[in-house]
Design a binder for this molecule. Sequence first.
Ligand code: FPP
Length: 247
Amino acid sequence: MDKKLNIDLQKTPKHVAIIMDGNGRWAKGKGMNRIFGHRNALTAVRECVKSASQVNVKAITLYAFSTENWNRPKLEVDALMSLLINSLKKELPEFMNQGVQVNSIGCLDSLPNKAQKVLKDVILETKNNKEIVLTFALSYGAREEIVNAIKNISKKVVNKELNLEKIDENTINNHLYTFNLPDVDLMIRTSGEQRISNFLLWQMAYAELYFTDVLWPDFRQEHFYDAIIEYQNRERRFGKTSEQITE
Ligand code: FPP
């Protein structure tokens, strides 16, 4: 049966964040190297974006490369950067076709120049697309993001552009990489690991967390919709009582 029929299109999460884990194990299971796993991750990325768009999800954020991933073997880091460059170029027509607006968060200055350029070009090219915002977290770490926000806010206080007493949650939101995105409603992590791994710590304050054993290269539309259905079956209380929510 088409799982989409079980989804209430009025109640889909607006922002889904995904930790795409398990590429290495998937490849190992096939007797191949880790890079083979990363290459085969792209089908899952395409399928997720398409599936999300079909059920009214307005933003998807993918943890594509963490600040800690720089510590991987150089061969793997280089392969991931090449994959990023080539796939962004290759997917551009499809992004245009599907109304995908590409965005990125993270310390982008630390990416190779070529990756920065392709990313900037694709972001510019897709900026008027309206169906869904696809954000790549690249050289991203949530603690670093929060430290940067604190530094920038502090500078404004020191320069008297901002009154200390006026700092509130919106001030923090506006100084994060994600200033133009809504809070995360649903976070999906594949491969059976149950951790947040320094991903969108502030933005996930009230997110529903969904963990699946499926390895990322095997993740398909049916798995994405399973996560959405599970999300819709949960009661999001935001600190209130169950009675208050159902009233
Ligand atoms: C985690 O699997 C995956 C990554 C660290 C990289 C994610 C990158 C992709 C999905 C490639 C496609 C994305 C773009 C933007 C081109 P892992 O290597 O940690 O797997 P393991 O835990 O099984 O070793």
